[in-house]
Design a protein around this ligand. Structure first.
Ligand SMILES: O=C(O)CCC(=O)C(=O)O
Length: 280
């Protein structure tokens, strides 16, 4: 991606639709380095959590808060990432990294995600402003209808937050509201090639189906907030710490450590996870 800044048209598309796809956000060499770290880093593997979907299929992810000096830290702190995120969230306050998740949807076993808004989880952390929260999914493998790509309801971020209840170990949006939204707005399958990025608003309704194909569907999802967006019920700290931005070349050219020093979410130790489902 040669030019880091989004165009006025891209910003207006995001504001209208609640999402934006940027093709070739990472090149093949960068994805190669990220994907091989995802597969081989010990800390990433040891800290993977399995969450049950409604049907009991497992969806595996590793989640950490503070972005480090590893190849995923370099991606999530890169100018290429932070410049557009700042444009979309508003440039009057520094961008902070809430957390990142490596989503590991294995062939045949990778579970579904129920319809939800990310703010359906995050209002429990008492973040004040959903417009100042967003996620960026970067595909490490192709994602398509066959292997359970993300589905979004175009424009649904304008609904505001809808009610959420529990669904397996996940949180699910009120199905009446989801069905109303699906009758009113367009359902989009976000077909991504490896290296493409999907930027989406914290109130965008989205889900994904299980991966019943023979191919893995792996991605990293990084969530960002602005420093001005206070979270009154969140014990991690990176959400209020401005991102220490690195040049894009870091992803390929800088020495990258293991993720072993990262502050991973540990399911067993997290009271919120035990009591009320996991804290996404
Ligand atoms: O990766 C997926 O399939 C869904 C993830 C998701 O919905 C989320 O992290 O909010």
């Amino acid at each position: 991606m040669a030019n880091k800044a989004l165009t006025a048209q891209q910003i207006s598309d995001y504001n209208r639709d609640g999402y934006l796809i940027v093709k070739n956000f990472c090149n093949a060499e960068e994805i190669g380095r990220l994907y091989s770290t995802a597969l081989n880093d010990d800390a990433m593997r040891k800290n993977a959590l399995d969450l049950n979907d409604q049907s009991g299929k497992k969806t595996r992810l590793s989640l950490w808060f503070t972005p480090g000096n590893d190849v995923f830290g370099y991606l999530t702190r890169s100018e290429r990432m932070i410049t557009p995120v700042g444009q979309l969230l508003g440039e009057d306050s520094p961008v902070c990294h809430f957390h990142s998740k490596l989503m590991q949807k294995e062939p045949k076993v990778g579970g579904a995600w129920e319809w939800h808004q990310d703010y359906g989880y995050w209002y429990k952390n008492q973040f004040m402003f959903p417009d100042q929260l967003m996620s960026v999914m970067v595909a490490l493998t192709p994602a398509n209808k066959e292997n359970g790509c993300l589905q979004v309801v175009k424009g649904s971020h304008k609904l505001g937050r809808v009610n959420h209840g529990f669904s397996g170990e996940q949180v699910g949006a009120d199905i009446t509201m989801v069905n109303n939204a699906l009758q009113t707005m367009e359902l989009i399958y976000c077909d991504l090639d490896a290296g493409d990025a999907l930027f989406f608003h914290s109130n965008l309704l989205h889900r994904s189906e299980a991966n019943l194909s023979d191919h893995p569907r792996w991605s990293i999802i990084s969530c960002y907030s602005l420093q001005s967006n206070l979270a009154y019920n969140e014990t991690s700290t990176s959400w209020k710490t401005p991102v220490d931005v690195v040049p894009d070349e870091a992803i390929l050219n800088w020495d990258a450590g293991s993720l072993s020093n990262n502050d991973f979410l540990v399911k067993e130790n997290d009271p919120a996870l035990k009591e009320t489902g996991w804290e996404k």
